[in-house]
Ligand binder design. Structure first.
Ligand SMILES: Cc1ncc(COP(=O)(O)O)c(C=O)c1O
Length: 362
């Protein structure tokens, strides 16, 4: 069977696809209101939060922009913890809207050291917010968000989190970790196609919102809140994705959220062991390896582009290459959302077959 094993979009179960084929409803009517309320309540369970939670029509990057423009003003200082492509993107968005960004850059493949964040916050006490990628999809590294949040809150700063590729697959207890804005995207661990960003907003984020002067219109959380009270969104929402998410969340709740997290941890570990058994090195330091995507470094004469091509064309298994400077240097196996042990066994067995054809000599 063909397998899409990239770190989002992920495959979707048939029940989810069928939900998307339903006829349209009035997005200002009671039927859609019921779905919005149902999806929002179920998402709050997965986010482990009592904070406000909004469904925004747009991709994850839109949610990242929303986090920034709703809480900051031009000239505000932010600490941007960047451990890969998406951390850099968060910093760039802040900069684009006029924030003064202090970058905390970490070598790709490694996680941020929370103590470096403490040092940076001590050194620049006027920093207002910290931007963090929980799970850096480009390198396959997961930051220790619990430890980072403890430090950020010790300094009483706002914590804006890109949990786009971890939420729903890994436990991110938003309230316990006092994360102020947390963003995820429908095409990641949710078993749903792209099109929706889901964002939680804390009390402290609302206080920041009242002062924030960056330009915002489409992403304004205040508009999202006032419409949610009527079971609506301010702008026409991506209705079919809401149908799909409602069904996907029921599937996740039926499996049991702790079981969903445990499945991801088990499959991630199995993927790493499988890769090592092939004689290939992991790219990410293993103690901070992502539970939703495994990054594999090139070695032993391996032509990564050729490998991906043969996997795709001859075996219908689609893996991801590296992004920007990692292009041709790593490949990535996505294992988030609708994924089983058998899926990964097939990927590893096929890699074993194809690696010699792509020049690999262990
Ligand atoms: C960690 C992370 N942040 C941000 C994004 C950007 O999300 P989107 O492509 O939905 O805009 C992605 C998507 O790959 C991601 O994995």
């Amino acid at each position: 069977m063909a397998q899409l094993r990239i770190p989002g979009p992920t495959p979707c179960p048939d029940e989810v696809l069928r939900a998307m084929a339903k006829q349209m409803v009035n997005h200002r009517g009671p039927e859609f209101g019921k779905i919005m309320n149902s999806v929002t309540a179920k998402l709050k369970t997965v986010f482990q939060t009592k904070n406000d939670l909004f469904l925004l029509t747009g991709s994850g990057t839109g949610g990242m922009e929303a986090a920034i423009v709703n809480t900051l003003s031009p000239g505000d200082k932010v600490l941007a913890v960047a451990i890969g492509v998406f951390g850099d993107r968060f910093a760039t968005i802040a900069q684009t809207f006029g924030a003064k960004v202090t970058p905390l850059k970490v070598e790709w493949g490694k996680a941020a050291d929370p103590e470096d964040i403490r040092r940076a916050l001590k050194f620049e006490p006027d920093i207002k917010a910290v931007l963090v990628t929980h799970n850096e999809t480009s390198t396959g590294v997961m930051n220790d968000l619990g430890a980072i949040s403890a430090i950020v809150k010790e300094f009483d700063k706002l914590l804006l989190v890109d949990a786009i590729s971890s939420m729903g697959s890994v436990s991110v207890p938003v309230d316990d970790w006092r994360c102020d804005v947390v963003v995820t995207g429908s095409q990641k661990g949710w078993m749903v196609p792209p099109g929706m960003a889901m964002v939680s907003v804390s009390e402290a984020a609302w206080k920041a919102h009242a002062q924030a002067r960056m330009p915002r219109f489409y992403w304004d959380f205040a508009k999202a809140k006032s419409y949610l009270e009527k079971g609506q969104t301010p702008w026409t929402p991506v209705v079919s994705i809401a149908f799909a998410l409602d069904v996907a969340l029921d599937m996740m709740l039926k499996e049991g959220i702790p079981n969903v997290f445990a499945r991801h941890a088990r499959i991630a570990s199995m993927t790493r062991e499988g890769v090592k058994s092939l004689g290939l090195p992991l790219f990410a330091e293993e103690k901070h390896a992502s539970q939703t995507v495994t990054s594999v470094a090139g070695a032993g004469g391996l032509d990564i582009k050729k490998l991906l091509k043969i996997m795709r064309e001859e075996h219908q298994i689609v893996l991801s290459g590296g992004q920007t400077t990692l292009d041709g240097k790593i490949f990535r196996i996505g294992h988030m959302g609708w994924v089983s042990e058998d899926n990964i066994k097939e990927v590893i067995a096929t890699l074993k077959l194809v690696l010699p054809q792509a020049g690999f000599r262990s």
